[in-house]
Design a protein around this ligand. Structure first.
Ligand code: HEM
Length: 461
């Protein structure tokens, strides 16, 4: 596909008389009046409110409309301001596929370390003084915050315990949990899918793998939700930072106890595997194990929840592709990649600049934050034909939903397996399920997670 010439302007404000304003207005009106004629009126008016009440792209980045559907804003940024400085997010927002890919490849200049210190830096000094535990937690490193070469060592030691064989063996268990969860609501007229299935399945799986008792599942949901709220606010706020700090403190205390127990009484679980993992004279430290367990628990369920529920939401709006998938299960692998591309569960990866980097003549300064927008890259027309079209047959789908390079998602095989089994089991066991027209999905108010807080379905056959 021919790539369009790269554009280099940064736009701070959109005057009502400008071509950009009218293009954006047109985009929204066309989309909602022509392409999605059944869209409820309320949603359309909310979108238009979002536009008319906002004077700059920066304002748009924090609106409820952005959260509901960020794609119009992504299009606008990608075409008009692909290297965009956001005051609100206190960082550079990159929306083109090539730029996002280059950022993820370039771990030498764009680091995973120091991101949350910079993210917190807009808070007042007295507020920061109350957040030392949170800052220390993120500065301690651990797999997700580390850069090579220390990242290589951690990834190897963790990979020794979290093996492909372990994931392959999960298939039967995932099917069993899916069936049990569906048994608990099948026959009812309606169900709220997130809590009763899309969250419960991956949370049960990852908690079980780590050796966390099932009774703790709701507790973990609350901790994880507090952490995600903090990361997803865009403009950090003190209250959400305090709540995230409390959640990390509780989670770390919990894993400290579990680690003590497994050190003396090893079991067939991941935390025992981490204790025993050994490579070239190296072992994981206690802090590294605790940090990894927390990261896996948080990273490992919410994203998969989003993937499963977003997929069902997309399929129920496209009866033709739903029929194709039901008739031809060999479509599942490409369908899952397409769900990941089209509604990427993780929308945005932050990095810190270790040195000045220039893109299109725009200089990003050492120490600043860069947001690599996976959700925008995955809809870039320079990379994907008809990116706005969900196409379960899509070939050569090089989406970035699991990231790229050294930090490529360690749980990708597990997420794919869970999504396949979950979606197929739901479609087979609830053949009549439909969207509940009276209760539209409630999207998470997050710039990071693309998923729903609640999602009601009518399921009576
Ligand atoms: C649909 C589901 C999932 C999505 C979309 C997803 C997405 C991602 C992304 C984008 C990254 C890259 C982070 C970065 O570059 O900074 C990542 C890393 C990671 N993911 Fe996932 N993830 C999913 C499921 C899982 C599951 C089920 C697990 C756990 C079993 C998991 C564990 C991890 C870990 C440990 C990392 C850090 C890897 C590293 O830093 O080397 N993820 N994930």
């Amino acid at each position: 596909m021919k790539k369009s010439p790269k554009q280099a302007c940064t736009i701070q404000y959109i005057p009502e008389s400008s071509a950009v304003y009218s293009a954006f207005y047109h985009l929204i009106v066309v989309q909602f009046e022509k392409c999605v004629p059944t869209e409820p009126k309320l949603k359309l008016s909310r979108k238009l409110d979002m536009l008319s009440n906002s004077k700059s792209i920066d304002d748009l980045l924090l609106t409820p409309g952005y959260v509901e559907s960020p794609y119009e804003v992504f299009d606008l940024l990608r075409t008009e301001a692909p290297v965009y400085w956001s005051e609100k997010w206190n960082g550079w927002v990159l929306t083109r596929y090539d730029d996002v890919l280059n950022v993820l490849k370039d771990f030498k200049r764009l680091s995973n370390g120091g991101r949350y210190t910079e993210y917190l830096s807009t808070l007042a000094t007295d507020e920061l003084a109350q957040l030392t535990y949170l800052q220390n937690h993120y500065e301690r490193g651990g797999l997700v915050q580390a850069d090579p070469p220390s990242h290589n060592r951690l990834r190897k030691l963790i990979g020794n315990a979290f093996t492909p064989r372990m994931v392959n063996e999960m298939g039967r268990l995932v099917s069993q949990i899916s069936d049990d969860l569906i048994d608990s609501f099948v026959g009812m007229p309606e169900v709220e899918l997130i809590y009763n299935f899309a969250f419960a399945l991956p949370a049960t799986v990852i908690a079980g793998m780590l050796g966390v008792p099932i009774e703790q599942r709701d507790q973990f949901k609350d901790w994880s939700a507090a952490i995600q709220r903090f990361l997803g606010t865009g403009k950090v706020d003190f209250q959400s930072a305090l709540e995230a700090q409390e959640a990390w403190r509780n989670m770390n205390d919990f894993f400290t106890q579990l680690l003590l127990d497994r050190t003396s009484h090893p079991q067939e679980d991941l935390i025992s595997g981490f204790v025993q993992s050994y490579e070239e004279g190296e072992r994981l430290t206690k802090e590294e194990i605790i940090g990894t367990c927390g990261a896996m628990l948080v990273a490992g369920h919410e994203t998969t929840t989003n993937l499963i529920s977003n997929a069902i939401w997309l399929l129920l709006q496209d009866q033709e592709q739903l029929k194709q998938l039901k008739e031809n299960p060999s479509l599942y692998p490409s369908a899952i990649e397409e769900f990941l591309r089209y509604e990427s569960p993780f929308q945005c990866l932050p990095r810190t600049l270790r040195e000045d980097v220039e893109i299109d003549g725009i200089r990003m300064r050492k120490g600043q934050l860069v947001y690599a927008m996976l959700g925008a890259a995955n809809r870039d027309p320079c990379q994907f034909d008809n990116p706005e079209q969900l196409d379960l047959h899509r070939e050569n789908n090089k989406h970035l939903a699991f990231g790229y390079g050294v930090h490529f998602c360690l749980g990708a095989p597990l997420a794919r397996l869970e999504a396949h089994i979950a979606i197929q089991t739901l479609l087979e066991r609830l053949p009549q399920m439909q969207l509940d027209q009276n209760r539209p999905p409630d999207w998470k108010r997050s710039m990071v997670q693309r998923g729903m807080e609640s999602f009601w379905l009518c399921i009576r056959s």
